[in-house]
Every structure is written in structure tokens, then in C-alpha cells.
Design a protein. Sequence first.
Lengths: 305, 694, 196
Amino acid sequence: MAGGIESLTWFFIAVCTVVWLLTMAALGFAMLRRRRTDHADPLKERPRADRLATLAVSGLVALTAVILVVLTAATFLTGKSLAGMQGEGLVLRVTGQQWWWQVTYESDQPSRVLSVANEIHVPVGETVTLKLTSADVIHSFWVPSLAGKTDLIPRRTNIQSFVVDRPGTYRGQCAEFCGFQHAHMGLLVIAHPRAEFDAWYEAQLKPAERPSEASRQRGEQVFTSRACAMCHGIRGTSAAGRVAPDLTHVGSQQTIGAGTLPMSEDNLARWIADPHHFKPGVNMPKTDLSGEDIGAVAAYLAGLK
Amino acid sequence: MSAGGRRDDGGLRAWLPTLLAFASGVAGALAVKRMLYPQAFARIAEVPGIARRAPPPLVPGQVPFDTRDDGLDDETLDRVLADTWRREPGFVGWLSSVDHKDIGRRYIVTAFIFLFLGGLSSIAMRIQLARPENGFIGPDLYNQLFTMHGMTMMFLFAVPVMQGLGIYLVPLMVGTRNVAFPRLTAFSYWIFLSGGLFLWASFMLNIGPDVGWFAYVPLSGPEYGIGKRPDVWAQMITYTEVASLAGAVSTIVTVFKQRAPGMSLDRVPLFVWALLITSFVIIFAMPAVMMASTMLILDRLVGTHFFNPAEGGDALLYQHLFWFFGHPEVYIIFIPATGFVSAIIPTFARRPIFGYIALVLSLIATGFLSFGLWVHHMFATGLPMLGASLFTAASMLIAIPNGIQIFCWIATLWMGRPVLKTPLLFVLGFFFIFVAGGLTGVMVASVPLDLQVHDTYFVVAHFHYVLIGGAVFPLLAAVYYWFPKFTGRMLSERLGTWNFWTAFIGFNGAFFPMHILGFMGMPRRVYTYPEELGWGGINLLVTAFALMLFVSFVLLTVNVVRSLRSGSVAPANPWDAGTLEWAAASPPLPHNFARIPVVTHEEPLWHERESLPAVAGLRVDAREIVVTTVTSARPDLREASPDPSIWPFLSAMAVGATFLGSIFSPWFVVWGTPVAAVALIGWFWPKGNPEDEE
Amino acid sequence: MIRLIAAMSLFLAVAACEREDRSFQSPPPGPADQVVLSPLSPGQAAPVAANSGQGQAYESNAYHVSQGKRLFTWFNCVGCHGNGGGGSGPALMDDAWIYGNTIENIAATIREGRPNGMPSFRGKVPEEQIWQLSAYVRALGGLTSKDVPPGRNDDMQSAPGENRMVKDPFGPADAPPSVGVPNNVTPPSPAERAPL
């Protein structure tokens, strides 16, 4: 997918570099070429030189036109091959929010609809179709290694399709200015072989496991009874907030706060203690939990694999 | 929402009568003007025709005064005319000045002060970005800073400085004594100044807009645009574009009707052509953004639904309106710069420009095509493929007129005998940078490429190559070139060379690596970036070179200050250039030319080396200019040129209070409108013309 | 004169800074305001015995009010109070304030709850968000300074514009006007409707 764009890019760079070098060479020669030393009147007529220059300039303009036609044709061909992708494949709905991504895997069976945040897992070698929209302001979905940008516009649905050729983790980021934390609105696309993807999907569909250790049980109790549950949901518990990322399997994710911090229990505790230290302006508040409670919640969340 | 709805009703009720009052005030003022103007035009059958210069000297002892210029010697004529055309003394006189040179100079100096402020804001941003996860500036201030940087550079520096140079130079270049509408031009300056001050005062008070210079809805809309910051953006835009429009109207009429006799359209200097075409582009482009900003402020303050998709509005409508202005805006900045280049190259290549007709036609083509490209700013919004392809082709097409210009300039240098002075040095820097910027422009015209680099640092690099390379380098060339004309002093060549090399190296060092950052995936408008992405090193480099670029402007300031205090005195035509402005004294006297020259060639000063032929028969005891026909510039009328007046200043203040206060309370409109109406009535009050009453 | 200008600009500066400041660092939790519990009968404002003075800073700040507006939806205040017009909970846009209309009173109402359905959010909503919500509730009631409240939402407005109402000539007289019926849907003829 990105391959076509890459070769087009190199083609444009090559052509542009050559044109630039030739222009500079002409300019350099125009400045430095040796001239007869008579200091004539600036208005002295030189019909022959003028005729030659007219020919030269006309030729160069024609050449410019040809180059532009070639570049335009290359653009159309690449665009056409990108647009000719077959089938819908895996269909996801991606909703941009200030400043995170809600990703919903659609399915005919309501029990198999899955909602995760900031991470998109896809099978390798299959078409993935994203339905992009926004819950608040305009964002732009961009995973540089996979495809170009597509804007997420409130009350519109834009479509982007891509195929990931190699397994791996691809970083993406919001590309349209969307407020305070436009800089920290990252996402990851993680491509697995089909079997691994299916296993991941089944695991994600399960509700959260009840903790066995006392400290994590305390964490769950704090989570569901205090401010956390006002916004976040964890399937399998009474926390059913819908306005912030679903945390059912948050421990299995790679980052915290849409790519702000790497996932670890310590980082979770630091993040909960003061999200605005890492992501000033984020909609998650600093809570009045005690240090002990924060540790318990962090331990609980980190264990939600 | 319901609470909002309740407020809106009150707002609307307060707005309607005031809008009506405002409209009737404007209509009344226009009616007065219409009554006034037929009298002000006196068709003169007895145009004295074209007489050779140097009329017979006066007999000694005779009263050295005649109401016509035929019988006066040059020295007396200069004295009498200077007395007629000078501005009134004192502070009020300073505020009342309608001299295009005063206004142009104020425009240029003010714009450079805003350039300095915009530069400072960019330095602050560069320091923040020098390190990953730097804590120098938080997101709130950073968002304000990049918005202020963009707005200041586009609306308070680039467009006004071009218009300011136009206001100063166009009348001199076409050989007349003032612009067509001097009071309107003065009004435009006061609007521009007060709008700019308002923006920066808002920033200082923490109400500076933080939604980007493009202010996309819904981020700037009523729901997500918090506080008064986006209101400041919207009203500031509407308000300062009034200044641009007023300046454009004045320039167009000056060029069409006030050219020196004999300056037919094929003898108009290319600089003047460039300003003329820019003015037309302004007139067609600016209303689009004024409409967008007005709809935005109505959405925000009055509760309309232009951009509310739930009620049949559309967020993309805003983008279309904005970019229908936004792309021509680039050419509004760039076309005057091509005018500088076309003026400087013949002088230093020591031969007339090659391909005059081709250059004029490509300027016109650029002006037209600039309106067909706006969608290439919106490729990522999910447009249909066919539409996007059309705009790709149009965007590629505009490379052709620009290519023609580049080739003609190189051909001129090729066939001439270049003299490498600072202005030409800056023009060479322009070629180096602008051609690269133009080529990256071809790259972003291609949809698949654009979708990769759109809103990344590649685009930041691209448009700084186009705007700094394509407009600021020619502007610096223009400053070095015309500074002797403006001030009567030469700038130092040595400091000028230093200035050039620091600017050139600083610019390329700062902006070339941004192309690479863009390909590495760094998006625009981020206040910081994570360390593990490896963008830190290049960003540090960029910041270092940005500081160097800043230093180059400090050198320019030093050069200007030193030259003003102790620079060598400039003769009238220090570069031996060929266009009319060099026939005036350096700096020009208030009336520009003692006798209006008659043009016989496109480089008149090269063609008539001894003395220019001149028009005689103009009055010297009143401000009079020659009006000529549009195409062949045959002398047509003598027309009175307005006297100084304080009313444009007062009108601008009244309009400013109305516009800008309306952000905070609709009552500003209620109370501001009558004041504006009074100021406009004072402005257009008929005073009668003594000659017409005879 | 100069003193007047200086005083005015200082006032403007202070007013603007306060209104526009986006402070993301919540203040250290002060002592909770002392609240006298209200009597069960409505009509009397429940006085706040002591207040920490934090409220003023919130209700004069556009950012906090606008955050409060978000939370008002997110925490489903809409569920009972509507968009301020009231539902199973009292309206917040009118002049009747059962438990007082100072920001401290409103904050206390949110924090402690009130009889007949208003739950207590103590411990569930952090102090800062309680203040933001209270500031927005004040704005709903038109009690804040006029230049602070946010504008309308990009939502359907409660009543469509008159010119957007599509009249169904055959519909029952008391049917709500249907909005946005596509033009190509022709209303069924009376004959077709007869069996109904």
C-alpha cells in the first residue's frame, strides 16, 4: 500500500531535484559567463540575442509543461491503483475525541462488537476498512507507514482502507490541530497473523477478570466507587462510564494516555496521580485519591490483561 | 442550548436595529459623496498639452507667483508645490496626513515591527521544540503563539508590507502626485494599525486566539472555541481585511487613471502591473474570508447555524470559504514580490527586462489560476476522487506561468551585464530558495503525496520556502534597493552582504531539515513530541539556524539605524535605474514631481537621459493631478486631490470600536454606529471647489 | 486621566486574564466548605456556613465553565435536569433555586446531594470538577458575567426554525411536526389511508 506512494515520492524528488539543479546551473552561468567588456547603453538593441532567448525560453516552457504532464499522469495512476482496493474486509469504526481514539470493531452479533481505545489490532494481509468520524472537533487519522491522512469530521463518515503487509507495530498520530493535546494524540496499529489476531479478539471480548490478591481487590473497589467509574468502564464490573476509554483489558495495551507514557504499573500510578503533569489539559482530572488508593488502582489496572 | 438560546434572542434583537442604522449611515454618506463628486470633476478642454520642460524664467522683481505652473522656474515651483502638498504641522497634522509617502512609510515601518513580533513568537516556539518533551512553554501558550505567528506574518506583515510599498512607490512609478483616494488610504492604515494593536493587546491580556491562523470550525466554533479568543480571531480578520480592500481599490484606480501621460499599458513598470493584479486578487479573495469570519462570529455571538451540521450547516463550508481566500493569499504576497524582482533585475543586469509581455501575461494568469487551487489544502477531508484530480491538475498548471517568469528573469541576467550589489544578491537568494519551494509545491499538488506530507513539517518547510524565499528575500532586496529613495541615504553594502549570508544560511539551515522531519512523520502544530521518535537532533539543529535567521534581521536593523544616522547621502538615482520613481528627489518632496513627466519608453530614465518631457498647466496653489485614459494614458482631466483631513483617522477609530467592542457586548454596535456615521459625514462633507464655483 | 487609563487597563488585564486562564493544575484540596443541612421543605435557601472562596475563580473563568458544560453531559446531569429546562429534576434555567444559587450552595448540592433524588457525588466527582459543574449551572441560570458562558452546541436545537418545519396535511392535528422528511416521499393519498 505505502509502496506505491513511496516510489511516487522518490520519482517526484528525483524530477524536482534535476529541475532545480538545471535552473541553478542556468542562473550560475547567466551570472558568471564571460562577456565582451564594452559598457554599452542599457537600451542597445540586440535582435539576434533576443530571438535566441525567445526560442530558449519557449523551449523551456514547453519542457516544463511536458514534465508537469508526466507528473500529473504518475499521480493519477498511483491514485487509481490505491483506490482500486477490493472488498471491505475487516470494518472498524474509529471515532476521534479530544484527545484519544475510540476504535469499535463492528459485527452483526451485538455480543461480538468490541470497543477499545488507542490501539488497532488488524490481521496481516487483509483489507482493513476504517469508518472515520469525530465526536467533537476535526481530527485526522494518520499512520505514516500504512496510508495517507484522512480527516475525522463530526457528523461525516470518511473511509480509509489499507492492507498491512508485514506483522508489527505502526505508530500513528492525529494530524489535524485539535486543541491543547493535539501533540499527545497517538495511536498504534498492531498487525498480527490471522490466527493470532483471532486469539486477541476472543480475549478482548471476555469481561475483565476478578482480581484475587487483596490489594488488587481494593483497587477494583476504589475504581468502581470513586471518580474513575464516572467516565471509564470495565466490563464485568459495575464501572460503566462511556465518555473515556474502556479499560477492560487496559493492562494488555502498550501505552497510557494515547501514546503519552509506556504502559507499566508505575507509570499508571504516576498518570493517575496527576495526568496534567504529562498531558496538560487532558479531560481526565486529578483526583483526591490517597497515595495508597492510587497504588491499588494502578495494580488493579495493570493486571487487566 | 437553551441558556444560549435565551441570550441569543436578546443579542439578535440588539443587533438588528444597529445593522439597519449602520447601513443607512453608509448609504447617507455615499449619497453625500455622490452629490460632491460631479462638481469635483472639471473636464478641461484647455489641457495645455505636452510641453517641453524648462519654461522661460520669470523676470526678476516680478511677483514670483502664478496659479499655473507654466511660468515658474523649477526652484520656485518646487517651493510653492511643496507648500501646497505638505502635511499640516503638529500632532493633529501628523494624524491627518494623506500623503501617500507618509502612509506608505507608516505601513512599511508598522509591518516590520509586526515582523519582529512574529519572529519573536517563532523563536519562542523553536526553543520549546528544541528538545523532546520540553517544558519551556505549555500547550496553552504554544497554541496561542503559533496562531499569533501565523496571523501576524500573514495579515499584519506580509500583505500590509506589500501594500505599503505599493502605496509608496506606485504613484512615484506612474508619475503622479498622490494615490487616487488618499483619505481612504489613510483610513486603511489606521484600520490596519488598530487591528494589529488590538490583536497583540489581546495576546498580552491572554485573549490571544489559540485556534490556528485558519481557525477551523468546530474547534473555533461556539461549542469548542472557549472564551473570547476565537472571537478576537474572527473580528480581527474581518476588520483588517477592510484595510487591504481599501488599499487595493486605491491602487487600482491610481494605476488605471493617474499614470503619467504617455505611459500606455505596455509601458507600465512590471512592479506596477504586479501591484495592480495583486489588488484585483485582494478584491476577489478577501471577501471570502471576511464572509467566513463573519459567519463564525455570528455562530458564536448571535447563535446562527452556518457551521452546525446538526442544523443543516457544514464544517467543510468553512474550509472552502477560508481556502478560497487562503490560496490566493499566497499569491497576494508573492505577486508583489515578483514585481520587486522585475524592477531590480533590469537595473542590475543593465538592460530592459526580457519578455515584458510574457511576464505581464503570466502575472495575469497567476492571478486567475490562484483561485482554482484552494481544494489542494483539503485533500484529506474525503473529497471525491474526480474533484481532487481536477485540483491536482490546476495546481500543477500554475507552475507554468511561474516557470515563464523564472526563465525570463534568468534570460535577462544572461543577456545583460550583471552588477552584483546587495539587492541583486538577495534576488539570487530568492531564485535559489523559491525554485526549491515551487518544486515542493508541485509535490504537494499530487494527491497521494499530499496525503502523506499534509499537515507535517514538510508543508511547513514548503510554504516557508515559498513565502520567505519568494516574498521576504525579494522584500529585503527591495528594502536595499529603494531605501535611498525613501530616506536619501544609502545602506551599507558590507553589512548588507553579512545580512544576506546570515539570512541565507540561517534560512536554509532552519527550513531544509524540516522537509526531512516531515518525511519522518512529525506533524505540524504540536507543542512537543516524544523522545523515542528520534526527532530531537534535527529539531535542535533547526532551532540553532532559526536563531541565525533572527540575527540576520537584527543586522538589517543595525544597518538601517546606522544608515539613518550616518549613511552616505544618496543622489536621486543611485543605481542608474530606468523607472520614473528615480526622477524624483531622494527622499521625494511632498509633491513628488515638480512637473508631471511625459513617458516615451518603458524605461523612461534610460531613454531620456538629459531631461524628461513634462506636462504644464497644473495649478500650484491647490492640489491637482493629471487624470489620463486607461489604456493609452492620454491626458484627460485635471482633478483636485483631497486635502489632509483628520476624519479618516476618526472614522477608523469609530469603526474599530464598533467592530472590536462587539466581541464583548452588542452595545458597542449600538453606540459605535452613530459615532462612525458622524465621522463618515464629516469625512464626505462637501466643501466646494473654488475653481468650480468661478 | 492617565491614572484613569492605567486603572482601566489594569482592570481589563485582570478581568481578561481571569476569564481566559486555562489552569490545568487543580488547586490543592482546601477544607471542604461547611454546609448546614437543608430543611426538607423547599423554598428556603440552605445557607453555607463558611466558604473557601474558590468558587468565584471558577465561575469567572470561561475555560472552567466550558469544562463544566462537558461534564454536565458526561455525568448525565441531562438525565434529570434536561439541558437546564428540567425533567424529573428541577429546572436550572429559571429563577427558582430551592437550595440557594450561590456557587457554594450549588457545589454543596452536588457534593452532598439533596432529598428527593439528587444523589451525593462526594468522592465520585473530584472537587475541581464539582466547581466546574457548579460554575456551569450558574451560567445556565444566567448568574455569571455575560462574557464567560460558552456558546450553543453543535446539536439539533430544541425547536426547528419555522421555515424548516414540514407540514403533513393528512397527519393528526396534534402530531409533532416531522423534520427533514425527504422531498421525494409523497404523502399517502386519503384512499390509501382509509383502511387505517
